[in-house]
Write a protein that binds this ligand. Structure first.
Ligand code: PLP
Length: 418
């Protein structure tokens, strides 16, 4: 191995191995669905009940949707050939954006190649170094990276703690009011301050928190945003296709108004790939002009855009799928409780089963896999120390029989592992 590569990488890899945070990939040998085959450490293939997927509606492997995507490849080829603002913008991209806007009940939508790029590109376009961002402490990494890129001053508020959020906004406003302009002359300074931009603040939060499965309190966030004169952005990565009677997300769940900026992904319940922002046309026009992760990248393949649009249409036509998912979450949580496992009824598709100890969580997950049940263990630094957990995520197509087997096996293994 070259010495220069060692200098850059060796310590980090050794440290990751030493503190049990070394990451490696599991090989899946079949398409994403509620039952999959995986390659086991001994090289053999084994069937597993998959309780680890973000494909909550299990749309990735439906014949009709696969055929529609294949048809789009035949019609539109394999790649887009350019950025959206050069030659990459094809009919499927436009149709997708129009459909997302309609599905989300917004004036307009803009797509990105991933949800990660949507968050990074939106936050860093909206905010700059003179601005303030208020971020829930459990927000996704893509929100955190967008904040870092923006260079705005960030206040991290306690998870879902609205009083702490209001405190943070007050603190930011106090800081803003004492900010000196770059001059030593007090009179000029006062005039400059009046001419300067007003206080600009952005609250940003996951709609469904990816490790806990709980929800942001949208009605309260809307109230605070309005009262304080700040903007509200929510990330519906785990909410689209999941929350609300027809899967339209957090606002449908609460029956309340929408956030100013709604971000989402097309890669989880929608089972395609890409990210989006939905909101007023002025917002999407702004992002087309200012968002670097929109501008400086090749457009997603038109067939991927077509697949995302077809899959969204399918969700609209099959609200029973969203209801099946909800029924399955309830059945699974009830089954776990009957077996003596302490879980809350999750409002989303994510059911965290907190084990506590990191090593025990890893052992439980490994033993489950041996028994044909795939649920990953999540541990520090993804969650707090001593809060290691199994992160079960459900699909609309799991059978009650599968879920009961999983609940019984989880309970037995937790009891027998020390
Ligand atoms: C809350 C949240 N936001 C954004 C993303 C990124 O979306 P994508 O996978 O489409 O990049 C994820 C997960 O991947 C997520 O969990």
């Amino acid at each position: 191995m070259s010495r220069i590569l060692d200098i850059f990488t060796k310590d980090a890899l050794e440290a990751a191995r030493a503190n049990n945070t070394y990451r490696s990939m599991r090989l899946m040998e079949t398409p994403e669905s509620s039952r999959v085959k995986i390659r086991m450490p001994n090289g053999a293939s084994q069937e597993q009940i998959l309780l680890a997927s973000n494909s909550y509606l299990d749309l990735a492997n439906i014949d009709e949707l696969k055929q529609a995507m294949a048809q789009a490849v035949l019609e539109w080829g394999t790649g887009s050939g350019g950025a959206r603002l050069t030659t990459g913008n094809k009919t499927p991209h436009q149709e997708l954006e129009e459909f997302i806007a309609k599905f989300k009940g917004e004036e307009s939508a803009i797509t990105f190649n991933t949800g990660y790029m949507a968050n990074v590109g939106t936050i860093s376009a909206l905010c700059g170094k003179n601005d303030f961002i208020f971020s829930d402490e459990l927000n996704h990494a893509s929100i955190i990276d967008g904040i870092r890129l923006s260079r705005a001053k960030c206040f991290v508020y306690k998870h879902n703690d609205m009083a702490d959020l209001e405190r943070a906004i007050s603190a930011a406003k106090a800081e803003f009011s004492t900010r000196e302009m770059p001059t030593e002359n007090a009179a000029i300074n006062a005039t400059a301050k009046q001419d300067a931009r007003p206080f600009r603040g952005l609250i940003v939060t996951d709609a469904v928190f990816s490790m806990d499965g709980d929800l942001a309190n949208l009605p309260e966030l809307l109230r605070i945003a309005r009262e304080q004169g700040v903007m509200l952005m929510i990330d519906e990565a785990h909410a689209t296709g999941v929350l609300g009677k027809t899967g339209r997300g957090l606002a449908e769940h609460y029956g309340c108004a929408h956030a100013d900026v709604t971000v989402g992904t097309l890669s989880k319940a929608v089972a395609a790939e890409g990210g989006f922002v939905a909101g007023p046309k002025q917002l999407t026009e702004f992002l087309k002009n200012k968002s670097r992760s929109f501008i400086f990248t090749t457009a997603m393949a038109p067939a991927v855009a077509a697949a995302a649009c077809n899959n969204l249409r399918y969700i609209e036509a099959h609200p029973e799928r969203v209801q099946n998912l909800r029924d399955n979450v309830k059945f699974f949580c009830d089954a776990l409780r009957r077996e003596g496992v302490n879980v809350d009824l999750s409002p989303s598709a994510i059911v965290p089963i907190v084990i506590g100890d990191e090593a025990k969580a890893m052992q439980v997950s490994a033993k489950l896999q041996e028994q044909g049940i795939l649920i990953p263990a999540i541990r520090y630094p993804t969650v707090a120390k001593g809060q290691a957990r199994l992160r079960a995520s459900l699909m609309a197509t799991h059978t009650h029989e599968q879920l009961q087997i999983a609940a019984t096996t989880i309970a037995q293994i937790i009891k027998s592992t020390n």
